[in-house]
Write a protein that binds this ligand. Sequence first.
Ligand SMILES: NC(=O)c1ccc[n+]([C@@H]2O[C@H](COP(=O)([O-])OP(=O)(O)OC[C@H]3O[C@@H](n4cnc5c(N)ncnc54)[C@H](OP(=O)(O)O)[C@@H]3O)[C@@H](O)[C@H]2O)c1
Length: 256
Amino acid sequence: MTTTQRWALITGGSSGLGLACAKALAPEFDLALSFASNSDRASAEKDRLQQAYPDRRVELFQENLNGWESAHRLFGRACETFGSAPAVLINSAGRLRDGLYISEPFQTHEAMIQEHLVVPMALTQLAVKEMYREKWGRVVNVSSVSAKYFKRGQVSYAAVKSGIEGFSRCLALEVAHRGVTVNVLAPGLIETPMTADMIRHLENEKLLRKKIPSGRAGRPDEVGSLVQYLCSEAAAYMTGTILTLDGGRSLGDASL
Ligand SMILES: NC(=O)c1ccc[n+]([C@@H]2O[C@H](COP(=O)([O-])OP(=O)(O)OC[C@H]3O[C@@H](n4cnc5c(N)ncnc54)[C@H](OP(=O)(O)O)[C@@H]3O)[C@@H](O)[C@H]2O)c1
């Protein structure tokens, strides 16, 4: 147990699921939130968090996470700012690039691998080395039900999300004895800027009820609560799990 204030590095922490994690972790951890390009949104969300938690330290880091070098740079900048390594790492940054596998240039698939697999693996290695030394740490990698419940146009998305699941579970095995947990969150459809158009379309076509047994998209705060638990002391014995949060979507077809 360290005496300094613990902090959490959250990639994609300025929007959607990453931001929901930031809000849920703010009562306990200082926050380093990374984003790629939308600095207006990032600053506005940082101000909101800071207002809600005046004693909390919240720092923003703009970094286009597209490979090992950018991951290394982000980690170095954040550690220098906080003067220590993060106790919590949430890997949430990433975009969708849907398109049929044989039609898309391979560079698109390669970019998915860098962004959704190489970056979280690199950040996790950097963070877990320190957590291992500290004998305490929490890593949560954001996957998707799309790792197992496939959709046309998402071949590389399925590949990287399956990859992050295997990676996380095997790493959990290597570091569990040092108080470091590594878990995976596999959400279904959650209301975020990434899915706003998709949800509007499903609502207009009256398809939400058919596709999702719960009859609605999930809320970011529902993701936040789960991640807050995974990062707590209470969750010390939970590691290597894949937690699905999808309103029953991956169970099958909800229509008659
Ligand atoms: N929403 C869902 O229904 C859902 C379901 C399953 C899994 N997921 C997964 O959840 C994660 C987050 O999705 P979301 O819905 O929260 O998306 P979102 O609302 O679009 O937020 C994405 C965040 O990641 C940042 N980001 C995107 N690409 C980046 C890059 N190359 N380098 C650095 N930062 C980058 C964005 O920064 P800027 O705003 O500056 O671009 C933003 O902060 C993704 O891994 C996604 O695959 C989402």
